[in-house]
Ligand binder design. Structure first.
Ligand code: IPE
Ligand code: IPE
Ligand code: MG
Length: 256
């Protein structure tokens, strides 16, 4: 059994990741292991979302991206997709007052056109109702996939080249950044995936270039604040080199 206090007190508040991204995986298996329908797992996954959002806000994390539904997830059985969309609408509806109370601003990345009308409307409303909040930025990746995002970016750059708005010779990493759905957010520094799968599943492929990756066997519905603290502590124990040598990094740290 983990104890929250000691773990939390070990976290160095000066070295928190600015942006944490999470692939919330394992809801279906969690439910099946309990002899329940997959939707039961998604339902309980919402409790983890609540706990982790609260934990991230308390710590002072600035950006939290949660992968909630991928482009590929539309290919799941219709009943599951409908159940998930229903859960989405319900949850947003219930959570907006709590987001406001905690000064959390909601953002969405993904192909919103794919969402059912009521989910789309509910989301737009929630975005508007939280837009003045200045605390944690909660970014929900919904109907999102990285290849969808990159293809769109390329399309839009090509359009702007055609109209003369963009000079092809001047295209650089910053240009591409501006055309991504995440253009307003810094890259994630820590990426967590739950449920014991070791893959990225089409999530923020470009933005994760230098993220520290953390994998845990814990299924998403069991993931709580203390698991988040563990991941952050692991992150803080790593040396991020960005292509340099360890010695260079240590010298930079000593020189401040
Ligand atoms: C993650 O849990 C939630 C979504 C992808 C919507 P899964 O539904 O993928 O659960 P497993 O991986 O099948 O256990
Ligand atoms: C990734 O999980 C998408 C989300 C968590 C929303 P999946 O369960 O869809 O990924 P794969 O299919 O195991 O790679
Ligand atoms: Mg899964």
């Amino acid at each position: 059994m983990l104890h929250q206090e000691p773990l939390l007190s070990k976290i160095n508040k000066d070295r928190l990741p600015r942006h944490i991204a999470i692939i919330m995986d394992g809801n279906g298996r969690w439910a099946e292991e309990k002899g329940q329908e997959r939707l039961y797992g998604h339902f309980h996954g919402v409790e983890s979302v609540r706990d982790i959002v609260e934990g991230a806000a308390e710590l002072g994390i600035q950006y939290l991206t949660l992968y909630a539904f991928s482009t590929e997830n539309w290919d799941r059985p219709q009943q599951e997709v409908e159940g998930l969309m229903g859960l989405l609408v319900d949850t947003i509806h219930k959570e907006v007052p709590i987001l406001n109370k905690n000064n959390i601003r909601l953002h969405v990345i993904g192909d919103m056109k794919m969402l059912p009308e009521n989910a789309y409307r509910e989301l737009q409303e929630a975005l508007q109702m939280t837009e003045k909040n200045t605390g944690l930025n909660l970014i929900m990746a919904l109907s999102y996939s990285s290849r969808w995002e990159l293809v769109n970016a390329v399309k839009n750059i090509a359009r702007d080249v055609k109209t003369g708005k963009v000079d092809p010779e001047g295209i650089c990493a910053d240009t591409l950044q501006n055309y991504l759905t995440t253009s307003e957010f810094p890259d994630p520094e820590l990426m967590i995936r739950t449920s014991g799968e070791y893959r990225i599943s089409n999530f923020l492929l470009y933005q994760l270039a230098y993220a520290e990756l953390y994998f845990t066997n814990t299924r998403w519905p069991d993931f709580r604040k203390e698991n988040l603290y563990e991941a952050i502590l692991d992150f803080q124990s790593r040396e991020r080199r960005f292509g340099k040598t360890g010695q260079q990094i240590q010298e930079e740290t000593t020189l401040g």
